[in-house]
Design a protein. Sequence first.
Length: 133
Amino acid sequence: MIEKTLVLIKPDAVERNLIGNILVEYERNGLKVLDMKLIHATTSLAEQHYAEHKGKPFFNRLVSYLTRSPLVALILEGENVISRVRTLNGTTDPETSQDNTIRALYALSMSENAVHASDSKESADRERAIWFG
Ligand code: CMP
């Protein structure tokens, strides 16, 4: 099934000049970039994006991290792209991410973990609307 998903190349990765290294991982696996922008997220945008984590102890830290400097938002398209991108990204915690996943290669910690990708069709639809209208 051809799907679309929302990916963020997060502030820690943009700050370390990793945009190209990360995009290459998606493109060489046959995923198509449909739309892309560099954006400095507002608090309101970050709070909408992380709405499901509201009330968790790390929520405020997540929002201030996501808004601290520009990030790259992109829409990727491909066969089963939602689960394929999650596999390419690796687990949330880089300590447990498989070798050669984006997070194993580039994430610094559980919070500064280089990339975000939608985890289901419903979140992909919701998150694409948040970032691209
Ligand atoms: P992301 O894929 O952007 O979606 C939710 C984010 O919450 C996740 O990446 C992590 O950066 C962050 N996160 C999840 N669990 C924790 C945690 N226990 N402590 C700090 N950050 C977390």
